[in-house]
Design a protein around this ligand. Structure first.
Ligand SMILES: [Zn+2]
Ligand SMILES: [Zn+2]
Length: 338
């Protein structure tokens, strides 16, 4: 079967690999239909993803068709189109026992820690496939990145009328925006990139966009009746942004780090203490959140169609990827068809 392998930083190759064997109990043989490209893939390509092992088959934002359900798989049949929850958890550790499959101590993410979906066929656990009878393959491939935002919003649990600031308007930040709006919050977004703010204004006309930088604080206060937002999500993965986010959060508020930075961060403890902030990490999403995300898309409450700015066949990836990730490409979401 056709397979794209990231051999080493900067080098994708299109090759042939053996098709998977027949599915075992609880497994499903699937045909990969769509693969979304995200920051993790870009970091792996650039070689700045620490502890990343090469060669690796990337691809974790997946829509797949069921080809053959294995024994003991009752809920899926041939032809079913599904989103993939790419978080293979152990089921036994302290996090799994508490229902926190997203932060399993032995978590394996296909496309990151083990081989992912840039190939024609894949064996996947049936319990990681989330069916929709109505969504397109594109929509199902975007459930995973949307899930990051859905889970992050759930961590903060905003109440109607609260002011929410999202720092960073990439695909993850856009997901946070979409689900914060569904909670009837006043939503503010900042980003250093003006074109990303313009994209937000076009697709979410009810939000406030504020250029990141020196005047951001006054812009934020102006949008919040002179106060600060009671919830701040940082989706930048930028150390300085995350450190500064403490000063943008209202007293008594919650600060959620959706992105991560590979290293240490620090902030002023008296300010953190004086405000009695709640600091939350947010990682991945949980399987039981997938049906809710799919329902929101089915109802048209979240529309990810405009996010797909770049599209190509999987086979052409080795030729086009360097162009996609060049700064001038203004990519939001790249989508591969298999
Ligand atoms: Zn991703
Ligand atoms: Zn576990």
């Amino acid at each position: 079967m056709k397979t794209v392998i990231l051999e080493k930083p900067g080098r994708f190759v299109l090759t042939d690999t053996d098709s998977p064997t027949a599915p075992g109990p609880g497994e499903v043989l699937t045909k990969v239909r769509r693969i979304g490209i995200c920051g993790t893939d870009i970091h792996a390509f650039r070689g700045d993803q620490p502890f990343f092992e090469y060669p690796r088959i990337l691809g974790h934002e997946l829509a797949v068709d069921v080809v053959e359900p294995g024994p003991e798989v009752g809920n899926l049949k041939t032809g079913d189109l599904c989103a993939v929850e790419p978080y293979l958890n152990c089921g036994n550790c302290i996090a799994c026992r508490a229902g926190k499959s997203n932060c399993c101590t032995r978590l394996l993410v296909p496309g990151v820690h083990v081989d992912g979906g840039m190939r024609e066929f894949m064996l996947l656990p049936a319990n990681k496939l989330h069916l929709s009878g109505r969504l397109s393959a594109d929509q199902l491939a975007l459930v995973e990145p949307l899930g990051i935002g859905f889970h992050a919003v759930g961590r903060a649990n905003p109440q109607p009328g609260e002011s929410v600031l999202i720092i960073g308007a990439g695909p993850i930040g856009l997901g946070v925006v979409a689900f914060a709006l569904l909670r009837c919050c006043r939503v503010l977004v900042t980003d250093v990139r003006a074109e990303r703010l313009a994209f937000c204004r076009e697709h979410f006309p009810e939000i406030h966009t504020i250029q990141a930088g020196e005047n951001a604080l006054s812009g934020i206060q102006n949008a919040c009746n002179g106060e600060l937002p009671s919830i701040v999500f940082d989706a930048t993965g930028n150390r300085r942004s995350m450190e500064n986010a403490v000063s943008l959060t209202a007293s008594g508020g919650r600060l959620v780090f959706v992105g991560l930075v590979l290293g240490e961060i620090s902030f002023n403890d008296p300010e953190f203490h004086r405000k009695e902030l709640t600091l939350l990490a947010s990682r991945n999403a949980r399987g039981n959140e997938y049906p809710a995300i799919i329902t929101h898309i089915e109802k048209g409450e979240v529309d990810t169609a405009p996010w797909v700015t770049h599209r190509a066949s999987m086979s052409s990836l080795p030729d086009i990827f360097a162009d996609w990730v060049a700064p001038e490409s203004r990519i939001i979401k790249g989508m591969l068809e298999v």
